[in-house]
Design a binder for this molecule. Sequence first.
Ligand code: HEM
Length: 395
Amino acid sequence: SASFPFEGPTQQGILTPPQAAAAFAAFDVTAADRGELEALLRTLTERARFLTTGGAPAPVGITAPPADSGVLGPVIDPDGLTITVSLGASLFGGGSGTNGNGGSSSSANGSAGGTSTTPTAPDRFGLAAQKPRALRTMEDFPNDDLDRSQCDGDLLLQICANNRDTVTHALRDLMRTTRGGMQLRWRTEGFVSPPRPSGTPRNLMGFKDGTANPDPSDPDEMAALVWAATDGSEPAWTAGGTYHVVRRIRMLVEFWDRVNLREQEGMIGRSRDVGAPLTGKHEFDEPDFSSDPAADSIQMGAHIRLANPRTPESTGSRMFRRGYNYDAGLDVNGNLDMGLVFTTFNQDLERQFVTVQKRLADEALSDYISPFGGGYFFALPGVQGADDWFGSGLL
Ligand code: HEM
């Protein structure tokens, strides 16, 4: 069935239309030195190439453990699989949100008001000079309730496919073959709804999510909003990469489900059923933020108004999102543990995600959500050619 080309100047799983199932898994790299780090990245490349292409696993002797878990049967069907490899600040040394490690990101970190951070990491692989300019561990924002064991990490795998067993199979394969080089730190599963009734999928608050996304088929737009800057402000190896932000945001759904529809729609700024802005009729009508604060206008604290005020100054902070729903069972109090794995790919972490997140600090929606995990990563450039491997330009 469907497969996406493994090779290219950029990785799959970024502009790829979201497949139905996903896993986000962050790892602590345990490789002892640069040589072992290279071996780890080469193994990831080789396994990702095989899994996304499909075929029969290599035969092994009958006394050895099977080469494959068998979860997908004897022949691997690519099933729309994409494996996206991203690196966290700690791999480059430093990178703490508030302690800072100098550079242009430290002042912004300080003003984010962080209270807890992952401790500054030593530069184990001699990569500090190669770190993407804005990469750091994720700071706390107002209203965050971050559990540091559920944040950050040296390396992130984003695994997406048409079916959940394909995702699980790939995660097991990638972990088994890299056991000596990295250890799982946190993970979450994700899913997107099919069109209900059509078009944009819905999040677990019932609203269409992704309506106002920039167009991934527009290369100029993607060059301006997604792919790392090539004007010399970033290390040269980053070309074709992008800042990969994951925010694991719980939705307080029991609380949300007791709010009347008009109030729910006011908090978002769109109608729930159609997804139209409250100042329009159709999903893709442009919202009108100029109207007086009267009936059918969009309130000042509405999510879409703060996320994208559509002023000349806010144009550069637009971002490409690729979110997934999650459902993780229940918490210790018996409440449903579900929400959004908010994911965005940014050319510039500071100009886009951080700027928008700060604008959203006092949004009405903040009473109904609780960010608890995730992190900032940098998605590597794509693998180009049979001998190339993830991170070849970095190491
Ligand atoms: C738009 C929900 C978190 C940034 C939207 C829309 C909904 C939504 C329903 C309107 C449909 C659309 O255009 O996609 C949520 C929920 C969140 C959440 C339920 C938390 C659980 C975030 C976060 C950010 C963000 C953390 C970034 C920091 C945006 C942006 C838009 C948007 C940029 C597009 C606004 C526009 O251009 O009109 N969100 N969102 N959202 N959201 Fe969120």
